[in-house]
Design a binder for this molecule. Structure first.
Ligand code: NAG
Ligand code: NAG
Length: 125
């Protein structure tokens, strides 16, 4: 259970930085819709809330030193996201959204396993 919590926190921390930069990049897209911008703001806020929630649970369950808050996969796409070349920018945004979708599904299934273990005492398989 603690390993799952740490894995979620790992992914969540890793996304905080890219999502922060994704917002202005999406806002600057030609013909961006109100709905897209709303989604980008939403995602940023929810990732932060998720990180805080998982941290709180981990802090309550862990007695020894918990998650090393600096040890998560680093993001290296900032330069591409700010590139003057439109294709590079668009491709970077596309890739970020694709990866975000994949990681969101991953975290979602981790959370479902956790809920099953903790709330339903493993009786939901
Ligand atoms: C969890 O504990 C760490 C280390 O003590 C602390 O920095 C962090 O603010 C705590 N997080 C929450 C949400 O309580
Ligand atoms: C977070 O994930 C990365 C890559 O999967 C791994 O190298 C790193 O050790 C993990 N950090 C922690 C604290 O588990």
């Amino acid at each position: 259970t603690v390993d799952l919590l740490k894995a979620i926190l790992n992914v969540t921390y890793a996304w905080e930085e890219p999502v922060k930069h994704l917002l202005p990049a999406v806002t600057a897209l030609p013909g961006v819709s109100e709905n897209m911008m709303k989604r980008a703001v939403d995602v940023k806020g929810k990732i932060h809330i998720l990180a805080e929630g998982i941290e709180t649970i981990l802090n309550r369950t862990e007695t020894e030193p918990g998650f090393d808050g600096n040890d998560y996969p680093a993001w290296t796409g900032l330069e591409d996201l700010k590139s003057s070349d439109e294709d590079t920018r668009l491709f970077t945004i596309y890739n970020l959204c694709r990866c975000l979708r994949r990681d969101t599904h991953k975290v979602d299934s981790y959370l479902k396993v956790l809920r099953c273990r903790v709330v339903f005492k493993n009786e939901c398989f």
